[in-house]
Design a protein around this ligand. Structure first.
Ligand SMILES: [Zn+2]
Length: 342
């Protein structure tokens, strides 16, 4: 109710006021640059967006955030008693020039990172099952590698213009921080984004536990997305605010990605396995990938029936197809809503 009231309030009063001396109203600026203006009433965050280019302002902060990764200072803002957000004219001119330079919208999801868990000396979860009267074992590292490799192949074929990266493409050991480092070291150009999908298989002392699930970071968790050293002159109080501004976007996208993956896996294997739904947890790789990121558990190697399934190439193919479909669905939505098309 308050949000609606605030918007109404602004709309009602805006025609009666001219810009204050030396300041530009953010509404006028949005019109001038052809941007969409978004306002988060609770956080006091204003966002101007045009295609992939975005500038965010936080009322009371001497800093503003350009394209979610560049912090610029020296801004003076004013929140008037009638609810208008004003920006000093110099900064307003800089922001208008920034949007002017953007040119045609390009970009979208440029990189897809698939992270098959474990590997090498680390087998991950190990399950045992009986097939044809023979006792066999199954290692998580093999299940997830095969599944991720097939999904990566399908994605690369579908998107020749995007890069599908695997944190490992064979049976090798990688530390957790090496996995996120691979993803975080990718240099994105203006307007480009990426996603991170870690692939695992589950284990439980309860041998009846079975099914697939997708994990993402709890919304209340705040990652250190901005490196404080990079902005040593910044008032340290501002860093958490800016992180929240970034975090908001990544969290929402991670949840959407997780839901799409669950739906797609369900469509592939929901009749044979069980959809255990979305989960929230701050796994290391999910927590440290500075981009929308999720972790998939394909099934339980410790469940007899599921271990039989997870050792079958045709079942793994279905899981790969599910991952592929979920990611394609996410990318379609992500790029369409931001004005990109193939
Ligand atoms: Zn694992």
């Amino acid at each position: 109710m308050k949000k609606i009231a605030a918007v109404f309030f602004i709309m009602l009063f805006i025609p009666f006021f001219a810009g204050a001396e030396g300041f530009t109203d953010i509404l006028d600026l949005s019109e001038e640059c052809g941007c969409e203006l978004r306002f988060d009433y609770w956080k006091g965050v204003y966002e101007l967006r045009k295609g992939r280019a975005a500038v965010r302002f936080s009322s009371g902060s001497p800093w503003y955030l350009v394209n979610m990764n560049e912090l610029r200072g020296g801004i003076e803002t004013e929140l008037t008693s009638d609810g208008r957000f004003l920006i000093d004219k110099d900064t307003a001119a800089d922001v208008a020039a920034f949007f002017e330079q953007q040119g045609p919208v390009i970009g979208g999801i440029r990189y897809i990172v698939l992270d098959p868990g474990h590997g090498g000396k680390d087998p991950g979860a190990i399950g045992y099952y009986t097939s044809g009267g023979e006792k066999k074992s199954l290692q998580e590292k093999d299940v997830v590698l095969k599944t991720a490799l097939t999904a990566a192949e399908m994605l690369q074929a579908r998107y020749p213009d995007k890069e599908v990266l695997l944190t490992r493409g064979d049976d090798r050991y990688l530390k957790l921080e090496e996995r996120t480092e691979i993803a975080n070291s990718v240099e994105l150009r203006e307007g480009e984004s990426m996603i991170f999908v870690s692939v695992h298989a589950n284990a439980s002392f309860n041998s009846t536990a079975r099914g697939f699930e997708v994990w993402y970071l709890p919304p209340e968790y705040r990652r250190d997305l901005l490196d404080e050293d990079q902005y040593d002159s910044v008032d340290s109080d501002v860093i958490p605010i800016l992180n929240t501004m970034l975090e908001e976007e990544y969290t929402i996208e991670s949840v959407i990605l997780g839901e799409k993956l669950l739906d797609a896996l369900d469509a592939q294997v929901g009749d044979i396995s069980i959809n255990r739904g979305p989960k929230e947890e701050s796994w290391f790789v999910v927590r440290n990938a500075h981009m929308p990121s999720v972790l998939i558990e394909l099934g339980f190697v410790t469940n007899q029936d599921e271990a039989v399934l997870l050792s079958s190439p045709s079942y793994l193919k279905k899981l790969s197809k599910g991952i592929y479909n979920g990611i394609v669905d996410f990318i379609n939505d992500y790029e369409r809503t931001r004005g990109y098309s193939e």
